[in-house]
Design a protein around this ligand. Structure first.
Ligand code: UDP
Ligand code: MG
Length: 160
Protein backbone atom coordinates (compact mmCIF):
# COMPACT_ATOMS: atom_id res chain seq x y z
CA UNK A 1 0.00 0.00 0.00
CA UNK A 2 2.99 2.34 -0.02
CA UNK A 3 3.33 3.41 -3.71
CA UNK A 4 0.62 6.06 -3.47
CA UNK A 5 2.37 7.61 -0.47
CA UNK A 6 5.68 7.72 -2.34
CA UNK A 7 4.04 9.16 -5.46
CA UNK A 8 2.68 12.16 -3.57
CA UNK A 9 5.91 12.92 -1.69
CA UNK A 10 6.67 16.09 -3.66
CA UNK A 11 3.21 17.44 -2.83
CA UNK A 12 3.86 17.06 0.89
CA UNK A 13 4.17 20.43 2.62
CA UNK A 14 5.28 21.46 6.10
CA UNK A 15 3.43 24.04 8.14
CA UNK A 16 5.02 25.64 11.18
CA UNK A 17 2.25 25.93 13.76
CA UNK A 18 2.74 27.60 17.12
CA UNK A 19 0.48 27.95 20.14
CA UNK A 20 1.30 31.45 21.32
CA UNK A 21 1.86 32.34 25.02
CA UNK A 22 -1.83 33.20 25.60
CA UNK A 23 -2.88 29.78 24.27
CA UNK A 24 -0.42 28.04 26.58
CA UNK A 25 -1.48 30.12 29.62
CA UNK A 26 -5.15 29.48 28.85
CA UNK A 27 -4.69 25.72 28.65
CA UNK A 28 -5.54 25.45 24.96
CA UNK A 29 -2.55 23.35 23.85
CA UNK A 30 -4.44 20.04 23.82
CA UNK A 31 -7.42 21.61 22.05
CA UNK A 32 -5.20 22.96 19.26
CA UNK A 33 -3.20 19.76 18.80
CA UNK A 34 -6.42 17.76 18.80
CA UNK A 35 -7.88 19.74 15.89
CA UNK A 36 -4.84 19.08 13.69
CA UNK A 37 -4.66 15.43 14.73
CA UNK A 38 -8.33 14.80 13.99
CA UNK A 39 -8.06 16.48 10.59
CA UNK A 40 -5.46 13.89 9.61
CA UNK A 41 -2.21 15.77 9.31
CA UNK A 42 1.06 14.30 10.57
CA UNK A 43 2.95 15.78 13.51
CA UNK A 44 6.71 15.75 12.87
CA UNK A 45 7.94 18.27 15.48
CA UNK A 46 6.71 19.34 18.92
CA UNK A 47 8.24 21.25 21.82
CA UNK A 48 7.46 23.69 24.64
CA UNK A 49 9.86 26.58 24.25
CA UNK A 50 10.65 30.01 25.69
CA UNK A 51 11.32 32.09 22.59
CA UNK A 52 14.31 34.46 22.77
CA UNK A 53 13.76 38.00 21.49
CA UNK A 54 16.14 37.55 18.52
CA UNK A 55 14.20 34.55 17.24
CA UNK A 56 10.85 36.35 17.55
CA UNK A 57 12.35 39.26 15.60
CA UNK A 58 13.65 36.95 12.86
CA UNK A 59 10.33 35.08 12.64
CA UNK A 60 8.35 38.31 12.25
CA UNK A 61 10.99 40.29 10.29
CA UNK A 62 8.52 41.08 7.47
CA UNK A 63 6.40 43.02 9.99
CA UNK A 64 9.26 45.12 11.35
CA UNK A 65 7.83 48.40 9.98
CA UNK A 66 4.38 47.86 11.53
CA UNK A 67 3.28 49.91 14.53
CA UNK A 68 2.33 46.73 16.44
CA UNK A 69 5.75 45.06 15.90
CA UNK A 70 7.23 45.91 19.35
CA UNK A 71 4.13 44.69 21.21
CA UNK A 72 4.04 41.60 18.97
CA UNK A 73 7.62 40.73 19.98
CA UNK A 74 6.76 41.32 23.67
CA UNK A 75 3.69 39.09 23.29
CA UNK A 76 5.51 36.19 21.63
CA UNK A 77 8.33 36.26 24.20
CA UNK A 78 6.02 36.77 27.23
CA UNK A 79 5.88 33.06 28.14
CA UNK A 80 6.40 29.61 26.69
CA UNK A 81 5.05 28.73 23.25
CA UNK A 82 4.35 25.30 21.80
CA UNK A 83 6.19 24.84 18.51
CA UNK A 84 4.92 22.28 16.03
CA UNK A 85 5.49 21.09 12.51
CA UNK A 86 2.54 19.47 10.75
CA UNK A 87 3.05 17.70 7.43
CA UNK A 88 0.73 16.70 4.64
CA UNK A 89 -0.56 17.41 1.16
CA UNK A 90 -2.08 20.90 1.24
CA UNK A 91 -1.39 21.34 4.94
CA UNK A 92 -0.36 25.02 4.68
CA UNK A 93 -3.62 26.38 3.24
CA UNK A 94 -5.72 23.94 5.22
CA UNK A 95 -4.06 24.95 8.49
CA UNK A 96 -4.79 28.61 7.73
CA UNK A 97 -8.46 27.65 7.31
CA UNK A 98 -8.48 25.69 10.57
CA UNK A 99 -6.88 28.70 12.29
CA UNK A 100 -9.19 31.39 10.87
CA UNK A 101 -8.73 35.12 10.20
CA UNK A 102 -6.05 37.15 11.98
CA UNK A 103 -8.73 39.16 13.83
CA UNK A 104 -10.60 36.60 15.95
CA UNK A 105 -13.79 38.66 15.83
CA UNK A 106 -13.79 38.20 12.04
CA UNK A 107 -12.75 34.55 12.18
CA UNK A 108 -15.53 32.08 11.36
CA UNK A 109 -17.04 29.99 14.14
CA UNK A 110 -15.52 26.52 13.92
CA UNK A 111 -12.03 27.91 13.42
CA UNK A 112 -9.51 28.02 16.27
CA UNK A 113 -9.46 31.82 16.47
CA UNK A 114 -13.20 32.03 15.80
CA UNK A 115 -13.97 29.68 18.68
CA UNK A 116 -11.26 30.56 21.18
CA UNK A 117 -10.15 34.20 20.93
CA UNK A 118 -11.41 37.80 20.78
CA UNK A 119 -8.42 40.03 19.98
CA UNK A 120 -5.81 40.21 17.20
CA UNK A 121 -3.11 40.83 19.80
CA UNK A 122 -4.12 37.62 21.64
CA UNK A 123 -5.06 35.33 18.78
CA UNK A 124 -3.70 32.08 20.26
CA UNK A 125 -1.93 30.56 17.28
CA UNK A 126 0.46 31.06 14.38
CA UNK A 127 0.42 29.19 11.08
CA UNK A 128 2.74 29.55 8.06
CA UNK A 129 1.20 31.49 5.16
CA UNK A 130 2.93 29.66 2.25
CA UNK A 131 4.76 26.36 1.67
CA UNK A 132 8.02 28.36 1.31
CA UNK A 133 7.48 30.02 4.68
CA UNK A 134 6.50 26.63 6.12
CA UNK A 135 10.01 25.41 5.24
CA UNK A 136 11.70 28.63 6.35
CA UNK A 137 9.94 28.72 9.72
CA UNK A 138 10.46 24.99 10.35
CA UNK A 139 14.21 25.48 9.84
CA UNK A 140 14.15 28.57 12.04
CA UNK A 141 12.42 26.99 15.05
CA UNK A 142 13.68 23.38 14.89
CA UNK A 143 17.10 21.78 14.67
CA UNK A 144 17.29 18.84 12.29
CA UNK A 145 17.50 16.18 15.00
CA UNK A 146 14.35 17.52 16.66
CA UNK A 147 12.11 16.50 13.75
CA UNK A 148 10.79 12.98 13.41
CA UNK A 149 10.01 11.18 10.16
CA UNK A 150 7.47 8.42 10.66
CA UNK A 151 4.49 6.74 9.05
CA UNK A 152 1.30 6.94 11.11
CA UNK A 153 -0.62 3.67 11.38
CA UNK A 154 -3.66 5.43 9.95
CA UNK A 155 -1.90 6.55 6.72
CA UNK A 156 -3.64 4.08 4.34
CA UNK A 157 -6.99 4.97 5.93
CA UNK A 158 -6.52 8.68 5.24
CA UNK A 159 -5.28 8.58 1.64
CA UNK A 160 -6.47 6.16 -1.03
N1 UDP B 1 -0.88 41.43 14.80
C1 UDP B 1 -1.24 42.43 15.69
N2 UDP B 1 -1.92 43.53 15.23
C2 UDP B 1 -2.27 43.66 13.92
C3 UDP B 1 -1.91 42.64 13.01
C4 UDP B 1 -1.21 41.54 13.48
O1 UDP B 1 -0.95 42.34 16.88
O2 UDP B 1 -2.91 44.66 13.55
C5 UDP B 1 -0.15 40.26 15.30
C6 UDP B 1 -1.06 39.04 15.47
O3 UDP B 1 -0.61 38.30 16.61
C7 UDP B 1 -0.82 38.28 14.19
C8 UDP B 1 0.68 38.52 13.99
O4 UDP B 1 0.84 39.89 14.37
O5 UDP B 1 -1.15 36.91 14.33
C9 UDP B 1 1.20 38.33 12.58
O6 UDP B 1 0.42 39.11 11.70
P1 UDP B 1 -0.07 38.50 10.30
O7 UDP B 1 -0.67 39.60 9.51
O8 UDP B 1 1.04 37.71 9.69
O9 UDP B 1 -1.28 37.53 10.77
P2 UDP B 1 -1.39 35.93 10.80
O10 UDP B 1 -0.60 35.38 9.66
O11 UDP B 1 -0.89 35.47 12.15
O12 UDP B 1 -2.88 35.65 10.66
MG1 MG C 1 1.38 35.76 9.08
Amino acid sequence: FLPHLVASLEQVEQSYIMVKPDGVQRGLVGEVISRFERKGFKLTGLKLFQCPKELAEEHYKDLKAKSFYPTLIDYITSGPVVCMVWEGVGVVASARKLIGSTNPLQAEPGTIRGDLAVQTGRNVIHGSDSPENGKRETALWFKEGELCEWTPAQAPWLME
